[in-house]
Ligand binder design. Structure first.
Ligand SMILES: *Cc1c(COP(=O)(O)O)cnc(C)c1O
Length: 422
């Protein structure tokens, strides 16, 4: 979404106000062009032929988005068996799906194995049990290289007390399990956490993985996870993907030469592919001036977009209805009966009740983290694809909210049975 000729537009020239009027608010809108740009950018960053991108679909699991990524040649990274089912439904073949869960049961691994996805095991207990059940099966293991990185403690996964991965210090134990079960380690994986800014930090972790690889003679791929940062603020630093791609390609080639075989280099970005494609549109219900603050209260809240409250995430916001108004300062809050502040002391062009506000970077971890808290409906999703807008998920209704509840009444005493008042 961008401002052009005094109007906010999507990439194909569609008016943001018209889209908001057509589908109503709150509303998620995604621009396929931006996803494609990001996907190509990442593919083109690597100078080696066998590099592959697996889309980490927990960022956004809309089937139409999965279908687009499949058609462009991406694989899929899934953290639950349900995501695997969605991937299959969207047309991914099992060989193009990587199952990378954390702390799930052996049964869930078995389900993914039966479907035929790549399996990524993140603890020794499961490796041992899975290896005994399927000697000779090919699996990947998730290594925790203990690189401290990540934008915040909730998404930093590489530290020493993290629940993710198998510590590199436990390598001798892993090797004993491999030896005694006969399981085939075909892949190594790491995912150190989101929002890595420093290319050097990332490359250090890659070197650690190359070191681990020497212990496993039958590898087919190495998966470096994600961590690509996208800009949220105008002056934000983002990962220099091109520089990083060149650097890792060089090191990977060198590693393959010493390993004696060409392996596949894998990455599994979520946010990088879809974050910037998304815009969240809400309507201003009320302007409320207190002693200290001017609040803009909107028709959404932590139920639809929890990142600002959960991670303290900063999403840029614009007033689509009044692009050229004078700038004033607002605190933007939701309608949930809980403190759900989207943004504090933001400069926006003057907001009137009824105005449409747009949140940027709403393509990743926004709809996929939405809930029905306060019994509100989740918003619809619209995809802009080749200059046309498509409804790719409808707004929920009261029927949807009631669908899972059991309607048969409990055997409560009827009013006729009630004891008579003396
Ligand atoms: C969440 C996740 C990703 C994607 O992380 P982004 O920051 O969205 O790129 C990749 N791999 C695994 C295993 C994950 O859990």
């Amino acid at each position: 979404m961008h401002l052009q000729d005094g109007q906010y537009q999507f990439t194909g020239g569609e008016s943001v106000r018209e889209i908001a009027a057509k589908y109503g608010t709150p509303l998620y809108v995604y621009e396929a062009d931006i996803m494609y740009r990001q996907y190509r950018r990442l593919c083109d960053a690597f100078s080696i032929p066998n590099a592959r991108i697996y889309y980490a679909c927990k960022a956004n699991t809309n089937l139409q988005i999965l279908r687009l990524l499949n058609s462009w040649g991406a694989g899929l990274d899934c953290v639950s068996i349900q995501e695997v089912h969605l991937g299959i439904k969207a047309g991914f073949t099992p060989e193009n799906i990587l199952f990378t869960p954390n702390c799930v049961s052996l049964e869930e691994y078995e389900m993914a194995f039966d479907i035929g996805t790549l399996i990524n095991i993140d603890n020794i207990s499961i490796l041992e049990q899975f290896g005994q059940a399927h000697p000779g099966a090919k699996v990947c293991i998730r290594i925790n290289p203990h690189i401290m990185a990540g934008g915040n403690s909730k998404i930093s996964t590489g530290h020493i007390d993290s629940k993710f991965g198998i510590s590199i210090h436990q390598l001798p134990h892993v090797l004993r399990v491999v030896e005694s079960t006969g399981i085939h380690i075909a892949g190594l994986h790491m995912h150190t956490g989101s929002d890595i800014l420093d290319v050097e930090v990332f490359l250090n972790a890659c070197d650690i993985l190359f070191g681990v690889a020497a212990s496993f003679p039958d590898l087919e791929y190495i998966d470096f996870g994600s961590g690509f940062k996208v800009p949220y603020k105008e002056d934000d630093v983002s990962t220099d993907v091109e520089e990083f791609g060149q650097e890792i390609s060089k090191r990977f080639e060198k590693f393959c030469r010493s390993y004696g075989r060409d392996l596949t280099l894998m990455f599994e970005p979520g946010k990088f592919l879809v974050s910037e494609s998304g815009t969240f549109l809400v309507r201003t219900n009320v302007i409320k001036t207190t002693v200290s603050t001017v609040f803009a209260g909107v028709d959404s809240g932590l139920n639809h977009m929890i990142r600002p409250m959960f991670y303290n995430a900063w999403h840029s916001i614009e007033n689509v209805s009044n692009p050229e108004g004078r700038t004033r300062i607002y605190t933007i809050v939701g309608y949930i009966c809980e403190t759900d502040t989207f943004a504090v002391d933001r400069k926006l062009t003057e907001v009137h009740e009824g105005d449409i506000l747009a949140f940027h970077n709403a393509g990743a971890y926004c709809y996929s983290m939405a809930s029905n808290y306060n019994s509100r409906f989740r918003p619809p999703e619209v995809l802009i694809w080749k200059g046309k807008d498509y409804l790719i998920r409808r707004r929920e209704t009261l029927e949807d909210l009631l669908a899972l509840q059991q309607h048969a009444s409990l055997p409560l005493p009827s009013t006729e049975d009630a004891p008579e008042q003396e």
